[in-house]
Design a protein around this ligand. Structure first.
Ligand SMILES: [Zn+2]
Length: 373
């Protein structure tokens, strides 16, 4: 993993480069940022930089033997700790390292949801149990194989239970020599204050729409219109943008689907509603989330349009033509309620609610709200 593979984050990358160049690497770092900000792949890029045998002014060379080992997540001095679904056979990260490698190599912008769906454990509680701290101590007691640093990369340390967190704190208070802890978190506020005080924080920000659009065009040769639409729906989360791209079925346009929904909501027709619901219930969670996300975007743009802020409207092309007709239905009376409904449904779908029930309920509520005079 190279710094160049991380979208945006110039400030964080600059700080990391400087640390290594000046040999002033703190013994514990916290890469904090929302999902899809790139803090996890950045931690790998940083480890690769630290181990690289021929670093350049841009970071690691990407081709030496150490770089190759880190890139495959098999460097013997680089250890990983991550949340697991505990079971009879799975007691700590060690038991799932092969699966973790596969998941990360497949998608370095891995989210906790992605990880747990890879494990087919979506309904289980992600946890870093106390057994893990014994493993950490054991790994730290070895001398380093390659004679440099040992790195302990802890992904989502906020998933540690209280006992594990307290043990980690003890280790951070008396850090073993030549060891660097990289904690990678999406929720720093859930970490013990005492742990936070022991680490140097490197903040990662949500990507901008332009950064995501440009990255999709450059890295995946996506056509600019699709790249822009995907970036808009991804909300600053590059991992989400990549997921959206893989689920992007050209034959089902977001706009067409949303239009059909709104026609039903304006003039309720039971048979048509059931047909729409059946079709959309079968598309799967990702597509359903995109529908809600798209609706939220249309509501926002409608409001901008109505208030005369047409330059703030992000939809374009066919979507803009639709907006001209649709915007008058969005008023100050129904805007907040519609946004709330769509947000809530996004949340419920993410938590495995029954889509048929949600969609029927949403059509009826939207019917009521959109016809408010
Ligand atoms: Zn190298």
């Amino acid at each position: 993993m190279l710094y160049a593979n991380i979208v945006g984050q110039q400030e964080a990358k600059g700080r990391l480069l400087k640390m290594v160049r000046e040999s002033r690497v703190p013994h514990a770092l916290l890469f904090s940022g929302k999902e899809g900000s790139g803090n996890l792949p950045a931690a790998l890029a940083f480890a690769q930089h630290l181990y690289c045998k021929q670093p350049t002014s841009y970071g690691s060379c990407g081709s030496c033997i150490s770089c190759n080992k880190v890139a495959k997540l098999i460097h013997p001095d680089l250890h990983f700790v991550f949340p697991i679904a505990k079971s009879k056979d799975v007691k700590s990260s060690n038991d799932l390292i092969k699966e973790f490698r596969e998941a990360f190599l497949h998608q370095p912008y891995l989210s906790l949801n992605d990880w747990f769906s890879e494990l087919n454990a979506e309904n289980k509680q992600p946890i870093i149990p106390v057994e893990e701290s014994n493993d950490i101590l054991r790994k730290l007691s070895y001398t380093s194989y390659e004679g440099t640093y040992k790195i302990m990369l802890i992904w989502q340390p906020e998933k540690m239970n209280a006992e594990a967190a307290n043990r980690l704190l003890k280790i951070l208070e008396e850090p073993p020599e030549q060891t660097i802890f990289i904690l990678v978190t999406t929720q720093p506020d859930q970490l013990l204050a005492t742990i936070l005080s022991r680490v140097q924080q490197i903040p990662f920000y949500s990507c901008t729409e332009k950064e995501i659009t440009d990255a999709l065009i450059t890295n995946y040769k996506v056509n600019p219109e699709v790249a822009r639409q995907t970036a808009m729906l991804a909300n600053g989360n590059y991992g989400e943008a990549l997921t959206l791209l893989t689920h992007n079925d050209e034959s089902v346009s977001f706009l067409n689907n949303f239009q059909s929904f709104m026609r039903l909501a304006l003039k309720f027709d039971c048979n048509k509603a059931i047909a729409w619901i059946d079709e959309n219930a079968a598309t799967g969670r990702e597509k359903q989330k995109q529908f809600f996300q798209y609706g939220l975007e249309v509501f926002r743009d409608s409001l901008m349009y109505n208030f005369g802020n047409k330059d703030l409207v992000r939809l374009s092309g066919h979507e803009k033509l639709f907006l001209e007709k649709f915007a008058p239905f969005i008023t100050q009376k129904n805007y907040e309620k519609l946004v709330e409904e769509f947000n809530n449904n996004y949340y419920y779908i993410e938590r495995n609610a029954n889509p048929k029930i949600l969609f029927m309920d949403l059509i009826l509520k939207t019917n009521e709200l959109i016809n408010l005079k």
